[in-house]
Write a protein that binds this ligand. Structure first.
Ligand code: SF4
Length: 425
């Protein structure tokens, strides 16, 4: 693909550059690895090729003794005349799967990018199968295709597919809070306790741990995004009448406090009650981060676009750990969802939306950062050139949100630098 670089513009007080070119990001199928652990009675059936099956197996690690809750229905090369057979084949695979795994309550048909899959109408297939299998099993579809999605957009598409199936909330009941974005169960439990301490007890999470426990939503629902890559999900929730609570993302002591504070404000919680519920957690987070700060202060970080967590992470590293920001690349810049984080970045930060990987590698080499945050495909070549790298996918698989994880998040960036120093000694 030929590269296109659009002239720099500004975003608030920051410089922003748009790039379109070759990109190095996993496709949306990767998100199945964390989503299948989260929704415990769901199954993800990728309709794809052998490449998709290999990607999933290597991303998830091969689970030899456990029965994983994902699989790939390999659709071989076929012409348009064979599409009716492909539908029959899909129905047969689903029937076999459900006979073997009767605990499945929610089945996702996940689209991929091979041309023979693109020809299939998976939304019609999902509707057809849902009619046949309801009420026991609901079938939904979304795309994880590498042509359309980067790896965290897989979660966005999955959650956006769930939103139309959420039941309507009763209009007369008290407002409820919906926290949106897959979080580790331990983080979810911590958040629930903090909200309860503040006096917000009607709290639901999307995705739910069980497919039958779908949260009800409506015009009295206020939602907080826990992940910054959920633009389609946020839009779908707003179309159902729910309202987003603008907030920075809950990374670090400051981000978590402001995220919780935004909810407190929306639910009219007084400052004394908020402080009583959060001060102990805030203190622990600040102490944990302060212990790591000497290892990172003054070091420079460069972000390649990958997880879409880059902007909240840059905010955390710069404000709480004193790191210098070189380039902050992100696949997409959702300005409205990230407005609060953008406002907290140092003025004049260099943001890049999209990717032209060769040009970006050149800029990275010239900037000589101490830590490079990038995808797996770039990490090894950069390490071979002498750079210290942090895999951005690790930041998705590791619990990093909330007070109790703030120190762990800082440690994730300190560890590769410390290892490098030890190797050099
Ligand atoms: S969806 Fe596309 S990019 Fe992803 S593994 Fe399958 S073929 Fe590759």
């Amino acid at each position: 693909m030929s590269a296109l670089t659009v002239e720099p513009a500004t975003c608030g007080s920051h410089n922003i550059r748009y790039e379109r070119g070759q990109r190095e990001v996993f496709c949306g199928l990767t998100s199945i690895v964390w989503l299948h652990r989260k929704i415990q009675d769901a199954f993800f059936l990728v309709v794809g090729s052998r490449t998709c099956a290999h990607l999933l197996q290597s991303a998830a690690g091969v689970m030899i003794f456990a029965e994983p809750r994902f699989a790939t229905a390999v659709i071989d090369d076929r012409d348009l005349a064979g599409l009716a057979d492909a539908d029959d084949e899909l129905d047969r695979v689903v029937t076999q799967l459900l006979a073997r795994r009767p605990e499945i309550r929610l089945l996702f048909l996940v689209g991929s990018c091979p041309s023979e899959v693109i020809k299939l109408d998976l939304s019609r297939a999902a509707q057809r199968l849902s009619r046949r299998l309801s009420p026991g099993v609901r079938v939904l579809n979304y795309s994880g295709s590498g042509i359309e999605t980067t790896f965290t957009e897989g979660e966005d598409n999955c959650l956006a597919a769930i939103v139309p199936t959420l039941p309507d909330a009763d209009r007369d009941v008290r407002p409820n809070l919906l926290v949106v974005g897959a979080l580790a169960d331990v983080v979810e439990d911590q958040m629930r306790r903090l909200f309860a301490g503040m006096g917000i007890d009607k709290v639901d999470f999307l995705p739910p741990r069980r497919a039958h426990a779908l949260p009800a939503i409506g015009p009295r629902t206020l939602f907080l995004l826990a992940q910054p890559f959920l633009a389609a999900t946020a839009k779908a929730l707003e179309q159902r009448g729910a309202r987003r609570i603008p907030a920075p993302f809950p990374l670090g002591a400051e981000g978590t406090t402001q995220w919780l504070q935004a909810a407190a404000h929306a639910f009219d919680i007084g400052s004394a009650r908020f402080a009583a519920a959060t001060s102990a957690g805030l203190r622990r987070a600040e102490q944990a981060v302060a212990a790591i700060r000497p290892k990172l202060e003054g070091k420079r970080v460069f972000f390649f676009p990958d997880s879409q967590l880059e902007i909240p992470l840059a905010r955390f590293l710069s404000r709480e750990l004193g790191m210098g920001l070189r380039e902050i690349g992100t696949p997409y810049l959702h300005r409205a969802l990230l407005a609060e984080d953008l406002a907290l970045l140092p003025p004049g930060s260099q943001l890049v939306e999209g990717q032209d990987v060769e040009a970006q590698l050149d800029r990275c080499r010239a900037a000589k950062p101490d830590v490079v945050v990038c995808g797996l495909g770039l990490a090894n070549p950069l390490e071979a050139e002498g750079f210290t790298t942090k895999w951005s996918i690790e930041l998705i698989f590791t619990p990093i949100q909330g007070y109790e994880q703030a120190g762990d998040l800082a440690e994730l960036f300190a560890r590769p630098l410390v290892r490098k120093t030890r190797l050099a000694a």
